[in-house]
Design a protein around this ligand. Structure first.
Ligand code: SF4
Length: 397
């Protein structure tokens, strides 16, 4: 493998020597490209999806890596591949099972789009992901970056994959003050990089190496938070941000919109050895997942009394929890609801002010809560409390 990489690097360097520099300064010049490729050759990360970069492997890993750290993705990726080894298996999996496999990764729309894409590819493309970026981008959940990654890494096409990491690296390298939050900046950088790589004479099959080198540099050296490790960066001699000691000023990114705060009251309802879960609607945030019944707002004592103040119900305050989504933040107050003695609760939709929701309610035993129903990470604290309540008691010694 190492020999092959060395040969490919030499070949790319020879190609570079045959091409003329453009009139204006390219986004990345030949010397920088050479330094970057040599650095990658010695420092590439060993990642499970790089062992056999089939289109499916690249696709699944890139979707998982959106919004999730590499270290966290590794075990999910291996488990996912063991159960769903190809697009056909992904297209056929039950949604509840898919969401369970995805549980903990968050941003569940990604999982649903994976399945939708698999179904379309099996139906319309004979089970093979398309090779062209323009075709890939027609599939649900595949944008410029993922399409560029699949096309270059799996199909060895001359495509660039520009994500936040790449935008940061090139903004610093070039001292580029354009706002990377704007789509026009992303499109411009993509175009400039493609032109620069053509000028540099990078052979099509080497775009895969270039993209992965930028990914690794952004993840291990030119870090998004804290000080970048410029001393060990192959680009430090020509990096404008580093020369001017302005690394922290790049990339320029408009501040994100302030998140909306949403207060919620969450109920962990215990009856016998089961916990009440409710399936969320099929559209919107956390669509189709299971949750602990909850209502908007923090209910006052009086409001709680009005709903649960019956003699046969006990209400105990649980710790509060907070969960941050991209545009909204939940501030949750929790309560354990259980019968005072022996009685059973059959559902609390009515008590929550929601009618006709019984078909979305399920009573889950310990094994079902831990292994069948996917409850979003937002309810992690309450899931743990529920599991502790349901856990089979240890046998007496
Ligand atoms: S020299 Fe520093 S700021 Fe410039 S690309 Fe390298 S790590 Fe990033």
């Amino acid at each position: 493998m190492k020999k092959k990489v060395l040969e490919q690097t030499r070949e790319a360097e020879e190609n570079m020597a045959d091409n003329k520099e453009p009139d204006t300064k390219p986004a990345v010049d030949r010397a920088q490209l050479k330094a970057l490729l040599s650095w990658y050759e010695k420092n590439k990360r060993s990642l499970p999806w790089r062992d056999a970069p089939t289109p499916y492997h690249v696709y699944v890993s890139e979707i998982m890596l959106q919004q999730t750290r590499v270290e966290a993705v590794k075990s999910y990726y291996l488990r996912f591949l063991t159960e769903l080894p190809d697009l056909k298996a992904l297209a056929a999996v039950q949604e509840d099972r898919l969401l369970k496999l995805w549980e903990g990764l968050g941003y569940y729309t990604r999982a649903r789009n994976l399945k939708k894409t698999a179904e379309l590819v099996v139906r319309d493309h004979g089970g093979e992901l398309p090779r062209e970026v323009s075709e890939l981008k027609k599939l649900p959940g595949i944008g410029d970056y993922t399409a560029g990654a699949i096309s270059s890494i799996a199909y060895k096409q001359a495509e660039v994959a520009i994500d936040g990491n790449a935008l940061r690296v090139f903004a610093r390298l070039r001292g580029d003050e354009r706002n990377i939050a704007e789509d026009k900046t992303k499109q411009a950088v993509r175009k400039e990089l493609k032109e620069a790589l053509v000028y540099a004479g990078l052979s099509p099959e080497r775009y895969s190496i270039f993209n992965q080198a930028v990914m690794d540099l952004g993840a291990t050296i030119c870090l998004p938070t804290g000080r970048p490790d410029c001393e060990n960066c192959p680009l430090k001699r020509t990096c404008i941000a580093h020369k001017e000691a302005r690394e922290q000023e790049f990339p320029v990114k408009t501040p994100l919109k302030k998140r909306r705060i949403e207060k919620r009251t969450v109920f962990v309802v215990l009856s016998g050895n089961r916990i009440l879960l409710r399936k969320r609607p099929e559209t919107g945030l956390l669509a189709g997942m299971y949750e602990f019944p909850n209502v908007l707002g923090h209910l006052s004592e009086k409001e709680l009394e009005a709903r649960f103040g019956k003699e046969e119900m006990q209400l105990l305050r649980l710790p509060s929890a907070r969960h941050i989504f991209s545009h909204v933040e939940w501030e949750m107050e929790g309560y354990l609801v259980k019968p005072s003695s022996g009685a059973e609760i059959h559902g609390i939709s009515g008590l929550l002010g929601e009618k006709d929701l019984d078909d979305r309610e399920v009573w889950a035993a310990f094994e079902e809560l831990s292994g069948k129903y996917s409850v979003p990470k937002a309810f992690k604290l309450y899931t743990q409390i529920a599991l502790d309540l349901l856990a089979p008691s240890p046998e007496a010694l």
